[in-house]
Design a protein around this ligand. Structure first.
Ligand code: ADP
Length: 605
């Protein structure tokens, strides 16, 4: 939660409006020009109608005052026809403007959502570990889902209101200029109340961001297929639903209280404003009675005042909504502006390293009290299979992410062939990782493999080869649409795979990436013993010439590695070959013997 109450200055609002207009302009400049043109024409028509009305009233007044013969209604007919025609034309223009606004809105929506998605897609992995980032992301998503469309509509409406106010004010100056400052004064309380409400609503949204994310997470648990089986097995449905209800109730209670408080203030502001208008009317009445102002000027002036104050009133309401929307637009702009550059397209095949060293690598997660890795030193030589072992939470995955170029170390360096390796994109480019919680893309099997090397055109024969190497080709060929079968039951003609089959597919993706450095983080956890034994027997052959970092709890697989590093609480405590480590009788030997004893059903020696 933000400790500082967020506020928006006039400058912020202007900047946000500029960003909103710029986004609309980029998304659909023709639409913007059309809508603005239509609004302008409508406002000019309104000013014309007002002037015409004034002329007609004048006419009537003079004929009544002057000749005393009554009003010649026939003379008014052309004026009335023009007024009706202007009214009809204004209505049609408004309708056309509404239609075009709808299209404009859709285009701006798409543009802005794409901005948020583009930024999120290129944001560094570490940001995803930071709750603040998720708050910012959520506010940007909130802004992109609900508000950009409104920004355009409201800016256009504001423009129309401003033009109308200007048009009426222009006519005012020629009739009763002295009413203008009074009309403006009567609108001030409304503006002030609207501004207070805007600030309060924005602050409330800020403070509810995390609450909102929790609610959305609960919604996901209750509605997504992947979670459905466990939620049912544990009978969690009602409990999670109740929690969702509580989260939502908290949000609603806060919002309702705020809306009520500010509604009261706005009613008081409205009463004050009406009292001021009454005062103006009384003054005009006196002026007419004393003969200082003609009845024609006074009546047109008051009609204009009524129109003007109602327009200013609705403009202040609109400013309120625009202001709120602009607050979110500021969030959205800040989010997009802070976003990382898209990664460079590295099309050249990655060159292998001779050695990759971590020298005194330390790593602390954002907001964590203590480092996860402390001065880690490890060396990987080209063509070696290196195993990383250690208890859960000892830092194996974190170290793998650093070696893969997903996190930059917070202390120490990575050294590649003698040079500091600071270009994370280059490191990523030369690395294929299979995480233990790899992604199961609910797309085609073909996509699931081709995503391993997205910068190249997919090559079907290499995809088939990768699937074969991972031992999954026969299965994929047997699917209803072969490699083009969608792997998700939620989709028409989709199918699903077993955990082990998904894991093989993830390994196929790593093969297809064809990178010189391969990281396998628990790659066989979901495989049956036969498949696991097959894969390990073939790893040396399949990844020949590449460097492999293997994270595994299965010592039967680990023992055949060229060298083994043992991590404990973020530190390397032992390293060497299996034979050396067994001879040392340290932590590795202890873990190995415990596991072996488990298999042999006997206590360790
Ligand atoms: P391993 O792969 O050996 O099980 P990890 O590298 O996943 O270990 O985690 C090492 C330690 O880092 C754990 O104590 C874990 O709690 C901590 N950790 C992992 N991710 C985060 C995070 N996003 N923020 C803070 N601490 C984290």
């Amino acid at each position: 939660m933000d400790p500082v109450k967020p506020r928006l200055t006039v400058r912020d609002m202007c900047m946000a409006a500029v960003h909103a207009v710029r986004a609309s302009w980029t998304a659909d400049r023709r639409g913007v020009l059309t809508v603005v043109g239509l609004q302008l024409t409508t406002a000019v028509g309104l000013a014309g109608a007002l002037l015409l009305l004034r002329g007609m009233v004048n006419d009537v007044m003079t004929s009544v005052d002057g000749s005393g013969t009554g009003v010649d209604l026939g003379r008014l007919i052309p004026g009335v026809i023009v007024l009706v025609a202007l009214g009809a034309a204004g209505g049609i223009l408004q309708m056309l403007s509404g239609v075009r606004q709808q299209i404009l809105t859709d285009r701006v929506d798409r543009h802005v959502i794409s901005l948020v998605l583009g930024t999120a897609a290129h944001t560094g992995l570490l940001e995803f570990e930071d709750p603040d980032f998720h708050d910012r992301l959520q506010r940007a998503v909130h802004a992109s889902r609900r508000n950009p469309a409104m920004v355009v509509m409201m800016l256009v409406e504001m423009l129309q209101a401003a033009l109308t106010v200007l048009a009426i004010a222009g006519v005012f100056i020629t009739i009763a200029w002295w009413l203008l400052p009074l009309a403006t004064l009567s609108a001030l309380p409304l503006f002030k109340a609207a501004k207070d409400r805007r600030n309060a609503v924005y602050a409330m949204h800020h403070s509810l961001a995390e609450n909102h994310r929790r609610r959305q997470y609960l919604e996901q648990l209750l509605t997504c297929r992947d979670e459905a089986k466990e939620i049912r097995a544990l009978n969690l449905g009602a409990t999670l639903h109740a929690r969702w209800d509580t989260e939502y109730a908290q949000e609603l209670t806060g919002m309702t209280r705020l809306i009520r408080t500010h509604a009261g203030r706005e009613i008081r502001a409205k009463l004050l404003s009406s009292a001021l208008i009454l005062g103006v009317i009384a003054s005009v009445w006196t002026l007419v009675n004393t003969g200082m102002v003609s009845l024609a000027a006074a009546s047109t002036g008051l009609a204009g005042l009524w129109l003007l104050s109602s327009r200013i009133g609705s403009a202040s309401q609109m400013l309120n909504s625009v202001g709120q929307t602009l607050y979110f637009f500021k969030d959205l702009h800040n989010f997009a502006a802070a976003g990382a550059e898209p990664p460079p397209a590295l099309t050249e095949p990655a060159s292998p390293f001779r050695t990759l060293r971590a020298r005194g690598v330390t790593f602390t997660y954002p907001g964590a009290a203590r480092p996860t890795l402390h001065g880690v030193d490890i060396s990987l030589h080209q063509g070696e299979i290196i195993a990383l072992v250690g208890a859960n939470g000892s830092g194996k995955t974190t170290l793998a992410k650093i070696l893969a170029g997903l996190y930059a170390p917070t202390g120490g360096t990575l050294v590649r062939d003698g040079d500091p390796a600071t270009d994370l994109y280059q490191l990523r480019h030369g690395c294929a990782v299979v995480f233990q919680d790899f992604v199961r893309y609910k797309l085609t099997a073909h996509d699931n493999i081709a995503f391993g090397r997205i910068d190249d055109q997919p090559d079907d024969s290499r995809i088939g080869h990768a699937a074969e190497a991972a031992g999954v080709s026969a299965l994929l060929e047997s699917l209803p649409n072969g490699y083009h079968t969608v792997l998700g039951r939620e989709f028409t003609d989709g199918t699903d795979l077993s955990g082990g089959q998904w894991q093989k597919l993830a390994i196929a993706r790593a093969f297809y990436r064809d990178a010189p450095f391969v990281i396998l983080d628990e790659p066989t956890a979901a495989l049956d013993p036969q498949a696991e034994a097959d894969l390990f027997a073939r790893i040396r052959h399949l990844f020949a010439g590449r460097t492999v970092l293997l994270i595994s709890h299965r010592f039967s697989s680990v023992r055949s590695a060229d060298r083994i590093y043992v991590l404990d609480s973020g530190r390397v405590i032992e390293h060497g070959t299996h034979t050396e480590l067994m001879r040392t009788q340290g932590r590795y030997a202890e873990l190995f013997l415990t596991q072996a004893a488990g298999y042999l059903d006997a206590a360790p020696a």
